[in-house]
Design a protein around this ligand. Structure first.
Ligand code: HEM
Length: 486
């Protein structure tokens, strides 16, 4: 029966005769177990909630299109970039990070910026944020970061103390902290923020040459942010302000757009630049590696069902088509494991078959079976290799060029690089005095009444970046700079 038949049935398609009264023995008698519709209805209801994402649980999604506007084929063979004017369907999901599935949108937090491009050679998931850097450099710290920003194990409340205790203990976090506490820390909507792939990735061209690449999404709506006071008022009347804005914009045909740009670094520059180009706490200066235009992303269709497409979407940085590759960034390497593993837990081993996640090109692997295998399971095709049927042949023509790596295996300390401060200092100095004042005030309000020693630790970090940064934060916190620097 199609949806148009408008007749209520059980999952097995049998008619439901009464959806108002359970079956009882007599008008006042006890309920009968043989009311199987009731059993199915409550049993299904009990299982409607799936685990929320461990982070980025609250989000909004939309379908759209990527259009190539500039030629980058000398850097990448990826077919989605093959000709100017070529379009590729995509699905994007924007999120806050720390809040749970029911959290308010207008919180001071990083925003996730995840895009799944359905390319003809497999899905490309660019799972980025609205900031070009991150809090730490080593993936071992990610669970600690999330424990610090999520609820305290005893009070079950979010804890400014835990958050700042952790953040200020990692001097490399200052760059990200400066962005989150800046006037850009609470985007007004998902449409009014930029996006970044953040990590360094690689582009591989037809000649099998590698360039390092960073991806940028520049909002064509411009940047709009909320102050702390505006966000507080917004949350008081609308906890879904980002969802509402995105959904309603698309419903009325006001389609948001982002210009997609890249920074390209020749492989040979890897050791020439003064910083580690694979360090996620650092940006590549635009003056050295200017932004180059690539294309446009437009979002133009709301999902017909939120759960089906947004909640069940699964983005994985490991999903890259030929022509796009990884880099030695430790954080990226760590993420290559984390997402697929999280999704096998959250959605099941066959999450790649859910329509929003399924590639739009033929996909042939030898994986079979598993819970919710609903696509025919490749029928009678062979499920082992090598075989005499020639199914499915590996594709060595897509092998990446060899990447030279050296060094003895060890837990090499990333703290050999002690330049924690030059880039947050440069960012601080780019701000005009009103923006710096907002940064100081936002920091002080976010800290609230956390212990003084944590405040002092942060003032010290800021001071080491720029004395005026330390001084401004100290003043906003009502702490004498000389005491903080003792
Ligand atoms: C979501 C792990 C760093 C952006 C997630 C999820 C996990 C995870 C397990 C939930 C996935 C799911 O259930 O579908 C990690 C680990 C990291 C890391 C282990 C560091 C080692 C980052 C960084 C970025 C980022 C650096 C951005 C540059 C996102 C986004 C989502 C997400 C946007 C939500 C994707 C969606 O909309 O479904 N992360 N993450 N994460 N992460 Fe990360």
């Amino acid at each position: 029966m199609g949806d148009k038949d408008k007749k209520l049935t059980t999952n097995a398609g049998a008619p439901v005769v009464d959806n108002q009264n359970v079956m009882t023995a007599g008008p006042r008698g006890p309920q009968l177990l043989q009311d199987v519709w009731f059993l199915e209805k409550l049993g299904h209801f009990n299982r409607e909630v799936i685990p929320e994402r461990r982070m980025h649980a609250k989000g909004s999604g939309a379908f759209g299109t990527f259009t190539v506007t500039h030629n980058v084929t000398r850097y990448t063979r990826a077919k989605l970039f093959a000709q100017i004017g070529k379009t590729t369907e995509l699905f994007a999901r924007f999120t806050t990070v720390a809040g749970e599935r029911g959290a308010a949108d207008a919180e001071r937090d990083i925003r996730g910026f995840a895009v799944k491009f359905y390319t003809e050679e497999g899905n490309w998931d660019l799972v980025g944020n609205n900031t070009p850097v991150f809090f730490h450099r080593d993936p071992l710290k990610f669970p600690d970061l999330n424990h610090a920003v999520k609820r305290d194990p005893r009070t079950n409340m979010r804890s400014a103390k835990n958050m700042w205790d952790f953040w200020t203990s990692l001097p490399e976090a200052l760059h990200q902290i400066t962005i989150v506490m800046s006037e850009r820390g609470i985007p007004a909507t998902y449409r009014h923020m930029h996006g970044f792939g953040s990590h360094t990735f690689s582009f591989i061209n037809e000649q099998r040459e590698r360039h390092w690449v960073k991806f940028h999404f520049v909002s064509q709506q411009g940047i709009r942010n909320l102050t702390d006071a505006e966000a507080e008022a917004m949350i008081g009347k609308d906890r879904e302000s980002h969802q509402r804005d995105l959904f309603e914009s698309l419903e009325k045909g006001d389609f948001p757009k982002w210009a997609i740009k890249v920074q390209i670094m020749p492989e040979g520059d890897t050791r020439k630049v003064s910083y580690n180009p694979f360090d996620l706490t650092k940006v590549w200066p635009h003056k050295d590696y200017p932004l180059m235009d690539v294309g446009t992303m437009e979002l133009n269709r709301n999902p017909a069902n939120f759960f089906a497409d947004v909640e069940q979407s699964a983005f994985n940085p490991a999903n890259v088509p030929p022509g796009i590759g990884f880099s030695p960034d430790r954080m990226l390497q760590g993420r290559l494991f984390a997402y697929g593993d999280a999704q096998r837990y959250r959605l099941g081993v066959n999450h790649h078959l859910i329509p929003v996640n399924a590639p739009r090109c033929p996909a042939h692997s030898f994986h079979r079976d598993g819970a919710m295998r609903v696509d025919g399971n490749h029928g009678g095709t062979l499920s082992y290799e090598p075989n005499s049927g020639g199914e499915w042949l590996e594709q060595p023509e897509f092998r990446e060029p060899a990447l030279s790596l050296d060094g003895a295996a060890d837990h090499w300390s990333h703290r050999e690089d002690t330049d924690y401060y030059s880039q947050p200092a440069a960012l601080f100095r780019l701000m005009n005095s009103a923006q710096q004042t907002a940064l100081f005030g936002n920091t002080a309000r976010a800290m609230g009444n956390i212990p003084r020693e944590i405040k002092i630790r942060h003032i010290g970090n800021c001071y080491r970046a720029d004395p005026a940064y330390g001084e401004g934060v100290a003043k906003a916190l009502g702490i004498a700079l000389c005491e903080a620097l003792q």
